[in-house]
Design a protein around this ligand. Sequence first.
Ligand code: CA
Length: 322
Amino acid sequence: MTIKSRPVLIAHRGASGYLPEHTLAAKALGFAMGADFLEQDVVATRDDELLVMHDIHVDRVSNVAELFPHRARDDSRFYVRDFDLDELRQLNIFERVNADGSAVYPGRFPARTGNFRVNTLREEIEFIQALNQSAGRTVGIYPEIKRPAWHLSEGVDIAPQMLALLHDYGYSNPDDPIYLQCFDAGELVRIREQLGSRLRLVQLIGDNSWGESGDDYVSLRKPAGLQRLAQTVDAIGPWVNQCFALDERGRAPTSSGLVEQAQESGLEVHPYTIRLDSLPDGFPDLASLVHFCTAVLQVDGLFTDFPDRVGQLLRHQTAAVS
Ligand code: CA
């Protein structure tokens, strides 16, 4: 039986199963838990700083509505783009909540607890590179350009600014410890062809209903779509639910064929997101999901909120085979 090398472990928004997402504390914990890569989502502030935050909105992870009650847009949302970095630095960042204020993941770090702050992409890269030095390891970064078309409509072009920053910190070649990800296929083509980036690029694959970009992810997942993607990017990041099918009773997962077809096109596959407290239907526990991803699908990487638990399962499975 041929076994590929262990898939890379990507700490999704840091060790976000344990600490509020995208805080430096969550990144330090992900580092300590043995992640190979730490993920950054990147949005722009009003003064064009690149901030590490998952959403273009800041209201589900902070006390922005209390500190700046009159700064919501007509849709009642508070946008990162409407605040200068100095203002955003005043916010308490906390565990993600729903619109009604309830915790998205009730078993995780308690909501509205702690003293966490925003950080910029530059600050986070400096933090990770400093940890790499003090720990004698090389943990990579995995930044995502969020909603590039929306940002452009707001007057800011993130990609060139981000590529320049990454270059300044030593990320410019295909073998540097970085993957650059985006949901927007046209933006990735632009990054490769017009902006001339040689970094490893990842096409994220969503569901069309999410509105992440104008792309049709149904056709991108077909063999012709994957072959087209392979002309530009090095990897895809599909939703893990797109990688398997269940029987009529909602059990017995089998491969959907996506991972194999992508790999046949020369693409690596890094599915998202493996969560101990939000398992997809068809998997009774974390071990069965991780085993399926590695032994059946043979993925090349996994995004997880729980890098310790997934890392432990990966090491155990590798040891069992060798
Ligand atoms: Ca992301």
